[in-house]
Design a protein around this ligand. Sequence first.
Ligand SMILES: *[C@@H]1O[C@H](CO)[C@@H](O)[C@H](O)[C@H]1NC(C)=O
Length: 466
Amino acid sequence: MASNLYEHQTNGRKKSQVVVVMVPFPAQGHLNQLLHLSRLISAYNIPVHYVGTTTHSRQAKSRIQGSITNIHFHEFPTPPFFTPSPNPNTSTKFPAHLQPSFEASSHLREPVASLVHALAPTAHKIVVIHDAFMSSIVQDVVTISNAESYSFQSGSAFNFLAFKWESIGRPSSLKLETLKNLPSMDGCFTQEFMEFATCQIPLMDKFSSGTIHDVSKVIEGEYFDLLTKEEFSGNIKQWALGPFNPVSISDHKRHNCLNWLDKQDPNSVIYVSFGTTTSLTDEQIHELAIGLEDSEQKFIWVLREADKGDIFEGNYARRAELPKGYEQRIQGKGIILRDWVPQLEILEHASTGGFMSHCGWNSCMESMSMGVAMAAWPMHSEQPRNAMLITDVLKIGTLVRDWERRDELVTSLSVEKAVRRLMVSKEGGEMRKRAAEMGGTVRRSVAEGGVTRAEFDSFISHITRM
Ligand SMILES: *[C@@H]1O[C@H](CO)[C@@H](O)[C@H](O)[C@H]1NC(C)=O
């Protein structure tokens, strides 16, 4: 019987073989990935406990796509933290305004240790899966004899390999042409965040039993294989368990924009969204608006502000101005959404033919899972490198602007050209064909007998071994 595969009878009481504790980093992309991973692990009838501050746990649950059942949520209050509005005018696009909420997560160290202590007697083994940026929070796990911890890397294998390669002094033994032209890390992070990350990363390798990636071997096999080599990973086992997101989705509460998509031609709509950590300047919003209109392509544009550190706190959000008469002019051609949208469903829809994106890793994986080519407009963090993977390496997308020109306004003409290149040019047609094929490959990889399914089964056997 599947239901007690991982449970044993001990002294007449049920004792699980293994219990998993998830410790996500409190930013949307990261919260989302580990909640999807929770769902996948829980499908093997393994109890999963998802830990967060009260507000971030609530955030993760309120935005998840796909059904979440059987996950035990633990919500721990923190002292109040500063939750400023994002500033669209800063020269670096990294969401500096989220820093206080990142720092607030330090209050989870004690509650997490107590939780793992409390769970320890209930199972043969406690497996703690924590975001690499939460390494300091789980450091006490080493004192619990039947617990082991796995760190989670939320980005692409390509980005992680590049990071490792640079941190060991760019050895020329690694002969990869692509790595020679890596976009610069300048402008990717704030100094404050670099300092925060620098305190977490060294701890991670000290007690990690393995590293889990939201990466698929059918997409990044070459980079992932290199990553597993000793010079990059020491003897720490690496697992490619992605995509974590569902590869097909249907929600009974259907968003209105899907009804609009139903009426459009196949592959005719470009979906435009820059994730949860980017706020564009007024000037940039204006150029983007005109560029989309001038491209004469149908579009769905998600025009929202970056998340605040506590998304439930206060109602203030800048309502970005559009050019005069714009919304009347684009009627029937485009729709503008200012709230949370079901991105996976939009990407899966047959009318969606392209995705203009900041290239956060969740968006990249979702787009590749659904077979949608991208117009890449990286903003910060590892996004310029993800964009390089999407465009240069996988050739399933085109750049809206080059990272080296990040300080310049992207003109409406650049936007128009990028949209046309992706949606109507011959070159774009080839990108879209490759993306569609990749979607099929990814979906097969997670089905019975697929590469990712096999990797997942092997991970589950590893953590449930006696
Ligand atoms: C950003 O710049 C715009 C226009 O220059 C200005 O109206 C706005 O108040 C600025 N916002 C912030 C948060 O500084």
